[in-house]
Design a protein around this ligand. Structure first.
Ligand SMILES: [Mn+2]
Length: 333
């Protein structure tokens, strides 16, 4: 009877899929068996409740990679690097108590793929060198460490094309094919395969269209980029587009519409950091939103275009004023 291994991974994520591939290679190395091993890949998505369907843990081994911890005893392997890896303090305690030699957590890693590679080498004598390309790109993509906004938006590198397909595709068959092929095929060759190109063509067209639309709408003044897409269906545009179109921009504020909300996105240009940047999480919290220091967002009801626009206008004015203060040397520090 073949050994059945179920690998649960962070869906729609390059690092999640690369982690599933690294784990597959590590498992084959760590548990060599004369029997065939069948790997099954299941993508997991963040949502409000019921992250895991316990009925899904049906493998002889069940592994979770690049995703939250589950205390379910049927889960036999776990790797994660997210800040918020545990759904509850009880889960964190469960992980500490169990001290499993097959469950690993380190939030200092930029990608779970690199984490699995390093643990594999240190603990299991696994050689990740043949997968160096995959590890390299997972590390860049998961930390958004692109050399420029142009590189991020033009997505010419095979790994960035694959990311566009992985993040945008709704076809679960895509990653079920890609993950095992990562182990045998260079990314430049993978991206040219017809099943990848079929996903990529419409997504690339949508991506180019959103660059063109944002270019028409964009205004720039005093370091701040602003645009309004509330009359369009432009959900999920690439967040680096404003800085590609306007590299001098320090902050960008976009108002856009999705099925469930009006959204004000407040971001800063990773390639144009200035001293004394405003904390965007705190700024967004004042409007009931949140985020990180460098990028935040605020949600409004789907019909509250006026509220979203008013908040965006206030934020644009406040951020412009903060930069003018700095220029005139009266920074409050
Ligand atoms: Mn990750």
């Amino acid at each position: 009877m073949p050994q059945r291994v179920r690998v649960f991974f962070h869906n729609h994520c390059f690092d999640g899929s690369a982690s599933a591939a690294l784990f597959t290679a590590l498992y084959r190395h760590a548990l060599p068996t004369p029997d065939a091993i069948e790997f099954e890949y299941r993508g997991l998505t963040h949502k409000v409740a019921d992250l895991f369907q316990p009925s899904e843990f049906t493998g002889d081994d069940n592994a979770i990679v690049d995703f939250k911890y589950s205390p379910d005893p049927r889960v036999t392997w776990w790797f994660d690097h997210h800040q918020s890896a545990f759904l509850s303090p009880a889960d964190a305690e469960h992980f500490r108590q169990e001290q499993s030699p097959q469950k690993f957590y380190d939030a200092s890693y930029g990608s779970c793929t690199k984490f699995i590679a390093d643990i594999g080498r240190e603990r299991f004598g696994f050689d990740p060198a043949p997968l160096a390309e995959l590890i390299h790109w997972a590390n860049i993509i998961d930390q958004a460490k692109f050399p420029s906004a142009r590189a991020a938006v033009e997505a010419k590198e095979p790994a960035l094309r694959l990311t566009l397909a992985i993040e945008g595709s709704t076809n679960p068959g895509l990653l079920q094919r890609l993950i095992p092929e990562y182990l045998t095929t260079p990314l430049a060759e993978l991206v040219e395969r017809e099943y990848v190109q079929a996903e990529l063509r419409p997504l690339l067209e949508r991506h180019r269209n959103s660059v063109a639309v944002i270019e028409k709408r964009i205004t720039y003044q005093d370091g701040v980029i602003a645009f309004d897409l509330t009359d369009l269906d432009q959900e999920g545009y690439n967040k680096f587009i404003p800085y590609f179109l306007c590299p001098a921009g320090i902050y960008s504020i976009g108002v856009s519409r999705s099925q469930y909300r009006m959204k004000v996105s407040v971001g800063s240009n990773p390639w144009n950091i200035v001293p004394g940047m405003v904390n965007l999480a705190q700024l967004c919290e004042r409007y009931g939103g949140g985020g990180h220091a460098r990028v935040g967002a605020i949600s409004f009801a789907p019909d509250d275009v006026a509220g979203a626009r008013a908040a965006a206008a206030e934020i644009v004015a406040e951020l412009r004023a903060s930069l003018r203060l700095q220029h005139s040397g009266h920074s409050a520090g």
